[in-house]
Write a protein of this length. Structure first.
Length: 271
């Protein structure tokens, strides 16, 4: 493969599991979701070797059978909640998670000053002080920092002291949330695939405003920013968020967030 794409790896792996003969896939994605899919297919009778490495060896079968299988926890959802705790300077615990799958996110949050503990084998606890500092980050395929948490991290960094830099190397055009964060007062400038974020010690503070979720992870990032902003933030386009988060608003309500899903936006708030 020219690039270790998760979706492409999963598609080719599924096709190869039922293809005649042997297939070797090289330079494949190594994300936990790829490994989980391979384990699921193996439990259905597939013959797959090398999941979690850069090369897969697959011997095709004519037919697979049914199975019972428990999928892994969503590391991106878990990472979003860790960042939610950080942006509101809160303390939360969460489970079940697989801490090893979240090492890059945990390391980055510790860099900016969050305290994160593994309280049980499948649980994490995050505690955040009021003063968090800047950091630089670059998205990369696993085990690097995930592109699916780049928008959320950007929201967090707008509330941290100092100037931060975020470089997006995985997805082109994944900075559409910047314009919406700017409507909240965030000081973010983008040059090609690099964003420079000035934290609140340099005059940046977030204020509620009508904004638009342009995609799934951008929508989550705007929800986090809205929780940290003074006043009320109205977010349109939340169907994007629902595509990747189950009952995000209700889960945040259980944590004490003042968030409400409304059937429609008043005409004066429609973007």
């Amino acid at each position: 493969m020219d690039y270790p794409s998760v979706g492409a790896t999963e598609t080719l792996m599924m096709a190869s599991a039922l293809a005649e003969g042997q297939t070797t896939l090289s330079n494949v994605a190594q994300e936990p979701e790829v490994v989980d899919l391979a384990n699921f297919l193996i439990s259905c009778g597939a013959r797959i070797e090398g999941a979690g490495t850069s090369t897969l060896h697959i011997t095709g079968k004519k037919k697979l059978h049914g199975t019972q299988y428990q999928i892994i926890p969503d590391r991106i959802e878990a990472g979003t909640f860790l960042i939610a705790a950080a942006i509101t300077r809160s303390t939360i615990s969460m489970s079940p998670v697989i801490p090893n799958h979240m090492s890059s996110v945990v390391d980055k949050l510790r860099t900016i000053g969050c305290r994160i503990q593994q309280t049980r084998w499948n649980s994490l606890k995050i505690n955040c002080s009021q003063v968090l500092r800047n950091c630089d980050a670059r998205t990369l395929p696993y085990p690097g920092f995930p592109t699916d948490l780049q928008p959320q991290l950007m929201s967090l960094l707008t509330t941290c002291h100092g100037e931060s830099t975020l470089e997006e190397t995985v997805f082109e055009g994944r900075m559409r949330h910047v314009e919406e964060l700017q409507k909240l007062g965030a000081q973010v400038q983008v040059s090609k695939n690099v964003a420079s974020i000035r934290g609140k010690d340099q005059g940046s503070s977030l204020l509620g405003a009508p904004i638009l979720a342009t995609d799934l992870r951008a929508g989550a990032a705007l929800v986090l920013a809205g929780m940290a902003a003074e006043g009320t933030t109205h977010i349109a386009g939340i169907s994007h968020i629902d595509r990747g988060y189950e009952k995000l608003d209700q889960k945040l309500q259980l944590l004490g967030a003042s968030i409400e899903r409304i059937p429609y936006l008043p005409s004066e708030l429609i973007l």
